[in-house]
Design a protein around this ligand. Structure first.
Ligand SMILES: Cc1ncc(COP(=O)(O)O)c(C=O)c1O
Length: 436
């Protein structure tokens, strides 16, 4: 556990804000996603200060990490912009009252409907990622008599040291235009369009990145590319360096504070500005787009322990009332977490167990070979750093209900996503006329 003022152990119990985790589990039921508002606010403030320290910039929250209206409102109140990747995420930030000029619309295959929705909402920037998007956006902006600001997603061909599935700027990525290939021609094409205004570049090299030399390399490559554009008379006003900062999941990872994460943002912004100056470029407005580092460690999932199965000398399974329907990251990436029995927080974690979910898949695990206190049926298990890519990737597999989300803000706790009912699970089911 990466302890902090709002996540700590007292009198043998795990606390989140002013609440014992067991108290939250009792009041709201399990499985339960808990999000720590104070942590989110602290990271947002630190990131905004960091990106603006050496020049002008903005922090856009990557909604894909965790999408809920209340947390979007919280982020907006702390000055954040938003990165959306679907009509659904756009709808969410509209509902959160976000300033549409501070919204960036990403995606390697935006649908015509999503392009309409973005234009009608008056969003700040589309981040162009395909040739047909250029055609479609130019045409649709023309039909509305507007000129749409755009960024272009470029691929600097940098391999960040991370898992392949979350690596997005390697030479074989499905995202972006290659800076060593067609990107310059694509931008020239955009610059010649009547209804598109080329404003800048977007780069996202991957996720769970601890090795910051990858960002430095990407900045070197992309500012070289900007110099080439400048020689053709094209100015890059905005440089969006994406997100991807690695967070604490297990004791093998660094235990960063919000200020330490912000140091990464500060360095990225500073290097981008320094390299731009060095290469005689106009100072770009720097955008960073973190998701996981804002909400990841803010989230804790609480479960009730059910079956415990011991295969002596082989493996001990501790099964919980959640699983891959609410946390698919082990099934997707064999992700690792740390956990604690919340009601035995002062006991030694002297067993090594595999935490299993309740879905009908043998790969339905929360984690393998995790150190844990002796678990018994009825205990409350807390899994840490589950705020990113858990709720946002949840499904109704096996017709399990997606758990509710409770926001804790000091001594206040309330739903920000209500529990699903069985009725909700069947809401869109219908029986065609001929079967009635
Ligand atoms: C374009 C873009 N921006 C930002 C992010 C956020 O990354 P992270 O949550 O790792 O900070 C992602 C994640 O995939 C992304 O694809």
């Amino acid at each position: 556990m990466n302890t902090r003022d709002t996540l700590y152990v007292k009198d043998g119990s795990l606390y989140i804000g002013a609440f014992r985790a067991t108290e939250l589990a009792e009041k709201f039921g399990t499985p339960l996603y808990v999000m720590d508002a104070q942590y989110i606010a602290e990271v947002c403030d630190a990131f905004v200060a960091a990106v603006n320290k050496s020049g002008e910039g903005a922090v856009a929250f990557a909604n894909k990490a965790f999408a809920a209206v209340a947390t979007a409102k919280l982020a907006a109140a702390h000055g954040l912009w938003f990165d959306v990747v679907s009509g659904g995420e756009l709808y969410l930030v509209q509902n959160a009252g976000a300033d549409m000029k501070k919204v960036l619309f990403h995606g390697n295959n935006k649908t015509p409907r999503e392009i309409d929705e973005g234009l009608d909402a008056g969003i700040g920037y589309f981040v162009i990622d395909s040739l047909n998007e250029i055609e479609l956006l130019d045409k649709k902006a023309g039909e509305r008599g507007v000129v749409q600001d755009v960024l272009v997603r470029v691929n600097p061909g940098v391999s960040a040291h991370t898992y392949e599935a979350v690596m997005t700027a390697a030479p074989f990525s499905k995202f972006g235009f290659d800076v060593h290939g067609d990107a310059a021609d694509v931008i020239k094409d955009i610059a010649s369009r009547k209804h598109l205004r080329f404003c800048g570049l977007h780069v996202h090299i991957g996720s769970q990145i601890y090795d910051h030399s990858s960002y430095d390399t990407a900045i070197d490559v992309v500012t070289d590319f900007m110099r080439g554009l400048a020689a053709d008379g094209i100015t890059t006003d905005v440089l969006d360096m994406g997100g991807g900062y690695g967070i604490y999941y297990t004791d093998e990872d660094p235990k960063f504070t919000p200020r330490r994460y912000a140091y990464t943002v500060e360095n990225i912004a500073l290097r981008a500005r320094e390299k731009s100056a060095e290469k005689g470029l106009k100072q770009p407005f720097i955008i960073v787009e973190p998701g996981r580092s804002i909400v990841g460690e803010a989230g804790i999932t609480l479960y009730t322990v059910g079956a415990v199965k011991d295969f002596p000398g082989v493996r001990k399974y501790v099964a919980v009332d959640g699983g891959m329907f609410e946390n698919p990251r082990y099934a997707l990436y064999e992700s690792r977490y740390s956990a604690m029995i919340a009601n035995k927080a002062d006991k030694p974690a002297d067993e090594v167990v595999t935490i299993a979910g309740k879905c009908c898949e043998s790969g339905d695990l929360i984690g393998k070979d995790m150190p844990l206190q002796h678990a018994e049926t009825g205990d409350i298990l807390a899994v840490f750093s589950t705020g990113a890519y858990n709720y946002s990737m949840a499904s109704n597999y096996n017709l399990n209900a997606v758990p509710p989300v409770v926001l804790v803000d000091g001594d206040k706790a309330g739903y920000i996503v209500k529990p699903q009912t069985y009725r909700d699970l069947l809401r869109n089911n219908t029986v065609p006329e001929w079967m009635k």
